[in-house]
Design a protein around this ligand. Structure first.
Ligand code: PMT
Length: 424
């Protein structure tokens, strides 16, 4: 990756042109709208359900809220109605239709999420009780049930709760959390409901199609660091966010993921095998050892094109003389993998500051990969959002601006289509 700093005016003209191309291109949406029942039970964490509702709707999900009578002591149905734009289901007896609210609502849902799920409600689910609308519609459901427990740590640890949770897991219910931390009662321990953002991510992950079950995916991410001496080095501003999002999306879609990561400050994606490296040479070695065993290789890393010919082993002392550093080219990891006798399906990335289409297509040809993902360096590096353009044999396709995980999920769906179509 090399740095190009064009003039401000040239850059804005380029960005305007790029946006126009992106707007003209019809981006096919392949994320289905999921219909969710968000069930709220009576715990202090009910306040987090408002934010969860907002985040689920932001992901394009249709959400119907159902609340127990106890829940309405913690957050009002009016709040949830205002946010969801739909009347909240609260009672079996208010149904103006056929008197079958529990059947009708559960049949119309792709999943039911109970957040927060109190110890009492979990006990009801475990025993199949159905003495209010929410528990009745859980019992009457055809769709998956996810619960986010929230309770005092002693209640969570109690043998009865643990028995009930084990029963729910045995019944195929997905249990999200709980987390450990300070509780509303002032005690500290397991039992806090997961934060709304984490829950929204887990729920979206649940809906991802398992397109890569049994597939091994090798991903590089982040920057590399090329030492100049014992304390200085050459690196770039890649944060690793895009590569880690691709790893997360691949995991959600059922793949076994190995992530070869340059230095980043990010939490490791749960379930991935992470190999930490520093320099391009180390990244190359880590990839070489694993490339033959993977089905798909995705190079998201911003690998330094050059390294110092002879890095100092000690700190170079300051002097008044000009310091000249000799740079030698690094091996091209992606090109190496693509040229293996029996290569995995290879995907490259290109961060460009101008002429994205031209340079990305050039890189696709030079590196001989079926798919090259282009992005604008000034929008992509370090940011939480991005815009991607996918270049393959059939032309190009734009994934409009979104957070990196959303884009990564769409990218992985695109890769699945190409991978299926390729001669394996
Ligand atoms: O990490 P973030 O802050 O989220 O930013 C994400 C990103 C902008 C770094 C990412 O989306 C991206 O575009 N990565 C590729 C950066 C780039 O421009 O790479 P490149 O043009 O130098 O290389 C093209 C491709 O070859 C890349 O897939 C790269 O991983 C690979 N390569 C490059 C050089 C090299 N020696 N070995 C390689 O494998």
């Amino acid at each position: 990756m090399s740095a190009i700093i064009p003039s401000q005016a040239r850059m804005s003209a380029f960005l305007v042109k790029m946006r126009a191309i992106m707007e003209q291109t019809q981006a096919k949406r392949i994320v289905p709208v999921n219909r969710i029942i968000l069930g709220i039970t009576g715990g202090i964490a009910a306040y987090k359900a408002a934010e969860l509702l907002r985040l689920l709707m932001k992901q394009g999900m249709e959400v119907q809220v159902a609340m127990t009578e106890a829940a309405s002591h913690f957050i009002t149905p009016t709040t949830m109605q205002g946010l969801s734009g739909k009347p909240v289901l609260t009672s079996q007896w208010d149904d103006a239709g056929n008197g079958m609210a529990h059947i009708n609502s559960s049949r119309a849902a792709d999943a039911i999420i109970i957040a927060p799920a109190t110890a009492d409600f979990i006990a009801k689910l475990a025993h199949g009780l159905a003495d209010d609308l929410l528990s009745a519609l859980c019992l009457a459901r055809h769709c998956p049930l996810l619960v986010a427990p929230a309770m005092n740590r002693e209640m969570w640890q109690n043998a009865a709760t643990q028995r009930n949770i084990a029963q729910l897991l045995a019944d195929g219910v997905r249990v999200l959390g709980p987390a450990c931390g300070v509780q509303a009662c002032g005690e500290e321990g397991m039992g806090r409901m997961l934060e709304a953002e984490q829950l929204a991510q887990d729920i979206a992950a649940f809906f991802q199609p398992k397109l890569f079950s049994g597939k091994q995916i090798l991903i590089t991410a982040g920057p590399t660091y090329e030492a100049i001496d014992a304390v200085r080095g050459i690196t770039n501003r890649s944060s690793g966010k895009m590569g880690y999002a691709v790893a997360q999306a691949a995991l959600e879609q059922g793949a076994e993921v190995t992530l070869v990561s340059g230095p980043t400050a990010l939490a490791k994606p749960q379930g991935a095998q992470v190999v930490d490296v520093t320099s391009a040479a180390q990244m190359f070695e880590a990839v070489k050892q694993r490339a033959a065993d993977c089905d798909i290789f995705i190079g998201v890393a911003a690998v330094a094109d050059y390294r110092i010919a002879q890095p100092g082993t000690q700190k170079i002392k300051k002097s008044t003389e000009t310091l000249t550093l000799e740079l030698v080219p690094n091996p091209d990891i992606l090109a190496y993998v693509a040229a293996l006798p029996n290569p995995p399906f290879c995907v490259g990335f290109a961060a460009e500051s101008e002429n994205l289409a031209k340079y990305a297509e050039q890189k696709r040809c030079v590196k001989n990969v079926p798919l090259l993902v282009g992005n604008l360096a000034q929008q992509a590096i370090g940011s939480d959002d991005n815009e991607l353009v996918l270049f393959d044999d059939s032309g190009n396709r734009v994934l409009p601006r979104a957070d990196k995980l959303t884009l990564a999920r769409l990218l992985m769906q695109h890769i699945a289509q190409l991978y299926e179509g390729a001669d394996q």
